[in-house]
Write a protein that binds this ligand. Sequence first.
Ligand SMILES: [Zn+2]
Ligand SMILES: [Zn+2]
Ligand SMILES: [Zn+2]
Length: 133
Amino acid sequence: MTTSVECPECRKKSLLLGDGEPRCECGYSDSASGAAEEYVVTVLGISKYEAIKDGGELPISECPDCDMDTLVVRAASEGQEEAAKFICFHCGEISKDRELQYCDGAGDRGSHWARPFDAARCNACIASAEDDD
Ligand SMILES: [Zn+2]
Ligand SMILES: [Zn+2]
Ligand SMILES: [Zn+2]
């Protein structure tokens, strides 16, 4: 699936995702993880310093569809109707709030997201649980 989001360079909604490395008609291109980070910092206005200072990290998580650490979690801002949104900079998949939930198989993989279904676990956690048996 390909999709386009706001480009951190030209700020037009022409950064193409899901078709190889993210790239924009303005000439900007980067690796999926590099572009995800650039997007969070520039478009969402979250500074790495602030995020780490507050004991957190950038809102980039593991994508349940492609297993890459390129899922940008765009939280709903306070007082806004708009729900959280998840954009994967690698596979281009966009999910809305409640289409993803915290995977309860977190363990040492840290918190990450899964599509809500049966076990509330992502494919990777289900597979590793089966390995344990
Ligand atoms: Zn651009
Ligand atoms: Zn993905
Ligand atoms: Zn999981």
